[in-house]
Each structure stands twice: as structure tokens, then as C-alpha cells.
Design a binder for this molecule. Structure first.
Ligand code: GLN
Length: 449
């Protein structure tokens, strides 16, 4: 059914970069056979899922949305893919994304645009645009994305689905094509909070192949779901609701959600995150710096595209990178290489890391007075395709509310909180939690559903 649905809808939607019918049919048949024997590996047994094309998949092309990886067939599976399949989930394909996860609208995909199922003229968000659109368009029940500065939560908000960016270290990054290694984290997108909890429960936990993955036991997110909002202290950052460039329709929906929490017995607490205004600045130094280093491996020798090799090694490197990378990775490689170059490290990268510590301290102080922080995910609802492609700075501002969570290594969740009055498009409420307290995010989000 999922394959048929993709066949019927994806020419218009553009959520998939690759569909894997053989792998899916084999997995589905195996799940059916288990079911006939009365066996079930997990609640995900036989459930169709898909993953962003940033996760390497054995024998299945993996591009990270870039031409430079065209034709590369990985020899292994990412840990999260392995864990989904071990639970019985049926992988049906690889999802569209911004090139190397750089973007907020999926428009930096080197292959094709992805459309928002609510309005095909609009962006599904990015960089995990395909992951959000596929869930919203009922192509699959759940997907995985990655979030470096908002790339799960922003598309989830734009497509009216649930998206979770776990604590840094909660989920293995083994087999995840690296963008900014100190910020990247894997998480689920799903149509409801319970499905997202189930997916995270399946993929989370220590992986000896990722030294940054945490050995902390994984909480029982499903048990946390029915805790209700009563007694929760919800921190509302005063900087996020007023005078922050937030559209009125989004602010209304967020305020209505906060009022609903009060009716459910939660208490709202005003908090302050004074350094969050430096988030975008710090992020757009740290992320390009780390990206410039991570992308150095695409040299035409080991993966995918190779160009100009007839003329010599240097020409081969240069032509491969010139032809293989699109404009956004090139922009970031230049920014990042500059920021890391000799004599500038202290002034830029190191300074941005210090800002990061200040942002984390704001949250540490806030979490002494509240259990979760709540606010908008994005300043606006899904914008029109093409509207911001000429103005990278304007595009970067889409991340203004999501980026501090990554910089502070906290868990964050986006849950639909109604429709914007004027456009009828979905609005997301963002919930942020203490490190490794995803359970409270699921509890709070479920209460609002
Ligand atoms: N939009 C942000 C960027 O372009 C975040 C992307 C992400 O989270 N992967 O870097």
C-alpha cells in the first residue's frame, strides 16, 4: 500500500530520491510470515518507513541530496537503519533533502524540489523536507531525519507532523553523512506523538561505533506518554514571543496552545534566554566551520563523482568539487575555511563556542524554574517555493527559534498546535527539555494532542 501510494503521489510531491521496492517487499513478506506464526518483533513489525537520504544504506544509492555523491553505493547500513529493520520496520526508500542538510526549504536539493502536501506551491521546510512531506502525505507512517539547526523541527512544523530532535548523543550517528559533527542529531518524524516516541525508542541508545553516543539507558518514552500536563511547569521565553519577528498568526496559535496547557493544569513561568539572540551568528560560524572540514573528504577519489582526472590530481580534486557541490555547500566551505584559517580561529570559531556555553547556561538557569520550555518553532508558516532562494540571510532566519537547542545540545520537539487563521496552514509548538529528558517532551506534547 505504501509503494502504491508513493507511486500515485510522488511525481507531484517529490519526497523520495530513491524507492526500494525489492528490499521493501522482502521485508514485508518476512514480517507477514512472522505474523502468520504469531510472532512480532516489535510494534513496528511490518510498518513502512523511509529515511532521509543522509543515512547510508547498504546497496542503495545514498546522495545526501548532492551530485558529488551521485552513483555512490554504500557497503553498509547506518546504525539507525539497522535498528529499524531489526525491529521489523519495512524500509521503502530514501527521502529528499537539502544538499548535505544545508537549508531550510529543501530547495538546495541537487535533484528536485520537494513540495508541501498542504499546498504544493509551498516548501515542506528543510533540510529534512522529504521526511516531513512523506509522513504528512500518508506515504509512510514514520521517517527519520537529522537536525543540526532545526532540520527536523522546522519541516515538521511546516507539514503539520510531529518531529523530535533528541539530546546530542542520544542516537548514534554511525552511517549518518556528517554536516556539523558537534550539532548533528538523528530523530523521528511521525503523524502523532506516540508514533514518534516509538520510533525514538527503537533507534536510541549507545552504539560502540559512535564515540559520541551516550551510554545512558533509554527512558521508557511510551510509559511517559499518558502523564498529562497537570503540574508541569512550562517556561515561556519572553524574548521569543514579543518583538522577535514572529508572524501574528503563528504567535496566536502558540498563545492558544499555552492557554490550553494552563487549562490542563500546567503552570506557565516566564523565563529569559538573553543570549539566544546570538544563536544564529554562532551557528553560522560553527556549522560551516565543521562542514568545511567534513566535506574535505569528497575529493573524487573515494566516493561518487570524479571529474577531470585525465589532467592530474589537483585538477581532479578541483573539477570534482567545482562540479559536484552546489552553491550552498560552496558558500559554507568558503565561510568555514575562512573562519578556521590561521589567525582567525580564536576570533571566530573559539568565540562562537564561548557563545554556545552562554546559551547553554541560560537554559540551565531556566530549567531550575521549569520542566520544559515552550515557544514557536518558526517565525512563519510554510513559505512559497522560490520566495527566499535569492536571499541566504533571510533563509537563515527561519532557524531563529530552533538553533539554540542544537547549540545547547538539548532535546527539542515540534508538535502541531493548530492552523494559522489567514492561510489555514499548520503551526508547530516547540518544546525543549533538559538534557536526556525526552520523556517529559513526549508527555507534554501528548497532552496537547
Ligand atoms: N537550516 C539550517 C542550515 O541550513 C539547519 C539545517 C539542519 O538542521 N540540518 O544549516
Amino acid at each position: 500500500a505504501a509503494l502504491a501510494r508513493i507511486e500515485a503521489t510522488d511525481a507531484k510531491l517529490g519526497a523520495f530520491l530513491a524507492v526500494t521496492p525489492e528490499r521493501a517487499r522482502a521485508a514485508a513478506d518476512a514480517a507477514d510470515a512472522r505474523a502468520a506464526r504469531g510472532e512480532r518483533r516489535s510494534p513496528l513489525d511490518g510498518v513502512p518507513v523511509a529515511v532521509k537520504d543522509i543515512f547510508v544504506t547498504k546497496g542503495v544509492p545514498t546522495t545526501a541530496g548532492s551530485r558529488i555523491l551521485e552513483g555512490w553505493i554504500p557497503p553498509y547500513d547506518a546504525t539507525v537503519v539497522e535498528r529499524l529493520e531489526a525491529a521489523g520496520a519495512v524500509l521503502v526508500g530514501k527521502l529528499n533533502m537539502d544538499e548535505f542538510a544545508m537549508g531550510s526549504s529543501n530547495e538546495n536539493s541537487a535533484y528536485k524540489p520537494c513540495h508541501n502536501p498542504w499546498d504544493l506551491a509551498r516548501t515542506p521546510g528543510g533540510s529534512s523536507g522529504g521526511s516531513a512531506a512523506a509522513v504528512a502525505a500518508f506515504q509512510v507512517h514514520g521517517t527519520l531525519g537529522t537536525d543540526t539547526g532545526g532540520s527536523i523541527r522546522e519541516p515538521a512544523a511546516f507539514c503539520g507532523v510531529v518531529g523530535v530532535k533528541p539530546t546530542y548523543g542520544r542516537v548514534s550517528r554511525y552511517g549518518v553523512i556528517a554536516f556539523a559533527s558537534s550539532l548533528d542529531q538523528v530523530g523521528p518524524l511521525a503523524r502523532n506523538v506516540g508514533d514518534a516516541a516509538l520510533l525514538l525508542r527503537t533507534i536510541a541508545g549507545h552504539d560502540p561505533r559512535d564515540m559520541t553516543s551516550s551510554t545512558r539507558p533509554v527512558d521508557d518514552y511510551l510509559a511517559a506518554l499518558e502523564g498529562g500536563a497537570k503540574g508541569l511547569r512550562i517556561g515561556v521565553p519572553k524574548e521569543w514571543l514579543d518583538g522577535s519577528g514572529l508572524d501574528a498568526g503563528v504567535a496566536d496559535a502558540v498563545r492558544a496552545a499555552l492557554a490550553a496547557y494552563e487549562r490542563l493544569g500546567a503552570r506557565l513561568v516566564e523565563i529569559s534566554l538573553p543570549h539566544s539572540k546570538y544563536g544564529i551568528g554562532a551557528y553560522y560560524l560553527i556549522a560551516p566551520a565543521e562542514a568545511s572540514s567534513n566535506l574535505a573528504r569528497y575529493d573524487g577519489v573515494r566516493f561518487g563523482l570524479r571529474a577531470g582526472d585525465a589532467r592530474g590530481l589537483k585538477e581532479m580534486y578541483a573539477e570534482t568539487r567545482e562540479r559536484g557541490f552546489g552553491p550552498e555547500p560552496k558558500r559554507r566551505i568558503m565561510l568555514g575555511t575562512y573562519a578556521l584559517s590561521s589567525g582567525y580561529y580564536d576570533a571566530y570559531y573559539l568565540r562562537a563556542q564561548k557563545v554556545r556555553t552562554l546559551i547553554r547556561r541560560d537554559f540551565d538557569a531556566a530549567f531550575e524554574r521549569c520542566d520544559v520550555v515552550a515557544g514557536p518553532v518558526t517565525p512563519s508558516v510554510a513559505f512559497r517555493l522560490g520566495e527566499r532562494t535569492d536571499d541566504p540571510l533571510k533563509m537563515y532566519l527561519a532557524d531563529i527559534f530552533t538553533i539554540t537547542c542544537n547549540l545547547a545540545a538539548l532535546p527539542g520537539l515540534s508538535v502541531p498546535c493548530g492552523l494559522e487563521g489567514a492561510s489555514g496552514l499548520p503551526v508547530g509548538l516547540q518544546l525543549l527539555g533538559r538534557p536526556f529528558d525526552e520523556a517529559t517532551l513526549f508527555r507534554a506534547a501528548r497532552a496537547l494532542e
